[in-house]
Ligand binder design. Structure first.
Ligand SMILES: Cc1cc2nc3c(=O)[nH]c(=O)nc-3n(C[C@H](O)[C@H](O)[C@H](O)COP(=O)(O)OP(=O)(O)OC[C@H]3O[C@@H](n4cnc5c(N)ncnc54)[C@H](O)[C@@H]3O)c2cc1C
Length: 516
């Protein structure tokens, strides 16, 4: 095994040169993600610069029976980037970050997968355009990660998730073939829509090396409000009434009382509503919003531009860090946070939030909730002491029951975070609820077609077990991770130590030996 590892690394080095990393300290950074999960250390991390290098990687993987896991910023929240198998090579897109083309007539851009959403949107804003998939993690999340997770974001109420905003993809599948699927036109009818299969596939069907993204013009004018409520039900009623009034907000986000406290807002539940308007229509829209809100809550701030609204929304963007802080304040490094990601039809939101409260009482869990309420997407996050198996089991049960609730209400177990290691069991339940296991069988067949050697990615969805719960810290920002890796390489000089892909069971990586 050790000899084979040495020769595999030599093969990888012949393709990636000094963009191959095997230092345990660096590998440890890739064994964690933003969720509380951590997994095994990979055998190596490589940073390709081109599609050709990814093809070479897949060929080496086929020959040596390696697993590959593609990733970029590891901001996933369901265990999507967690390594469960030995002989896994991480392919990180942190160096493939180019914008290849922007068409201000066709309203598309062609990009490499590692570019971060905020960086792309900053550049697009010079053309009066944007990619409207705007996760709250947009500062770190990569386009490739958002596509592979089928991500959504704070503009989801109007623009929907990534599946609405990708036109075409280039991907390397598990045979080593490069496929180009989709078109650069919005209308595209060329047989089966294989492109959509990749959206939300969590890297299990192939490695995306280029994406053509559909763009929208930046709004000409934008207004918004932040409102406070004494209870969750009037807030939900307000969201429903907005829909009944045929107001189509771009942003409809909320946080509960617990989160409001954690992010420094006053006591209460908070709702943000932001709307695109034609110039001249600002006052009408603000009046319409205030009519809906004032009988149910109180408008505490008004924004008359997108810039102003983004500032108002800042506390909402801190939802996840607030939930994480609450867990860490209570349990320190022993904290484990489970973040739910269900969506229900808007008309069922009231029922959903009441049932979530009841489940939290039943399982005696501490939780805080916020989310993209405008598209029915709720993120209750519950925390436990990792070393307390009884508490962990109650929180896990709460997490599962919330997923089941979504199924019962005609919603989904995951709106945007994906299945990862956390939701394998729920995926099965969701499929069964929709008429049986045939759908799962079809998915497994598809996996086999795209990835016959089961190399191109770790197929979390199809593995047994619940996934790891080994201790791990949160994710490291990808540029910081890359800088650390480069620094480490310079410091160590020469050929780095070879690893045997041991399991990371503490913050200090273990399981490393020098080759004989
Ligand atoms: C503070 C915070 C807020 C968040 N808010 C949101 C939100 O509002 N909406 C939302 O949708 N998510 C949100 N998330 C979750 C997460 O940011 C998103 O899922 C994001 O899309 C992941 O991007 P990434 O670059 O970190 O991908 P990674 O975590 O690195 O990878 C994600 C998945 O994509 C696969 N993958 C990555 N690159 C490729 C590639 N090139 N080819 C094939 N597969 C690939 C990986 O294998 C993995 O399965 C949030 C997370 C945090 C920490």
């Amino acid at each position: 095994m050790l000899i084979a590892v040495k020769s595999v690394l030599k093969e990888l080095e012949s393709v990636f040169g000094d963009r191959l990393y095997t230092e345990p300290q660096i590998l440890a950074l890739y064994s964690r993600e933003a969720s509380s999960e951590s997994g095994r250390l990979p055998l190596a991390v490589v940073y390709p610069l081109s599609t050709e290098e990814v093809v070479e990687l897949v060929r080496i993987a086929i020959k040596n029976r390696l697993k590959i896991i593609p990733l970029a910023s590891s901001t996933s929240l369901s265990g999507n980037t967690i390594i469960e198998e030995e002989r896994t090579v991480v392919v990180s897109f942190e160096k493939m970050v180019k914008i290849l083309e922007i068409s201000d007539v066709d309203w598309y851009t062609r990009v490499q997968p590692g570019i971060r959403v905020d960086e792309l949107n900053l550049e697009l804003s010079r053309y009066g355009l944007h990619w409207p998939v705007d996760p709250a993690s947009a500062r770190a999340a990569s386009v490739g990660g958002v596509i592979a997770n089928g991500g959504g974001g704070v503009k989801g109420a109007r623009y929907g998730p990534a599946s609405h905003w990708v036109l075409a993809l280039e991907a390397v599948i598990g045979t080593g073939d490069v496929i180009r699927v989709g078109c650069s036109t919005v209308k595209c009818r060329e047989g089966y829509n294989l492109m959509q299969l990749f959206i939300g596939s969590e890297g299990t069907l192939g490695i995306v090396t280029e994406a053509t993204l559909r763009l929208a013009p930046l709004p000409q004018s934008f207004v918004g409000v932040m409102a406070r409520f004494q209870d969750i039900m009037p807030l939900v009623d307000a969201v429903i009434e907005v829909r009944r009034s045929r107001i189509w907000p771009t942003v409809a986000e909320f946080v509960d009382r617990e989160v409001a406290k954690l992010v420094g807002l006053g006591d209460g539940y908070y709702l943000w509503l932001g709307c695109e308007v034609t110039p001249g229509g600002e006052e009408n829209m603000l009046n319409a919003l205030s009519n809906v809100l004032s009988s149910r809550g109180e408008v505490v701030a008004v924004a008359s531009s997108l810039g102003e609204f983004n500032k108002l929304l800042e506390p909402r963007r801190r939802l996840y860090s607030a939930q994480l802080n609450a867990a860490f304040e209570e349990y320190g490094a022993d904290a484990f946070l489970y973040i739910e990601d269900i969506a229900v039809p808007i008309s069922k939101l009231g029922e959903a939030v009441k049932a979530i409260e009841a489940l939290a009482r039943k399982y005696r869990v501490k939780y805080a909730m916020g989310g993209h309420i405008g598209d029915g997407n709720l993120h209750p996050a519950a925390w436990a002491r990792r070393s307390d198996e009884e508490e962990m089991s109650r929180v896990r049960q709460f997490y599962l029951e919330v997923g089941r609730l979504a199924i019962k209400l005609g919603g989904t177990i995951s709106a945007e975070h994906g299945i990862g290691t956390h939701k394998k069991a729920l995926l099965r339940e969701a499929a069964t609820a929709k008429g049986g296991d045939v759908v799962l069988k079809l998915m497994k067949e598809l996996k086999r077609v795209f990835d016959p050697y089961v190399n191109t990615s770790v197929p979390h969805m199809w593995q047994r077990g619940r996934g790891t719960t080994a201790p791990g810290a949160g994710s490291t920002s990808s540029s910081l991770r890359l800088q650390t890796a480069e620094l480490e390489k310079r410091r160590s000089g020469g050929w780095p130590p070879v690893c045997t892909a041991g399991r990371a069971t503490s913050s200090a990586p273990r399981g490393y030996r020098l080759p004989r």
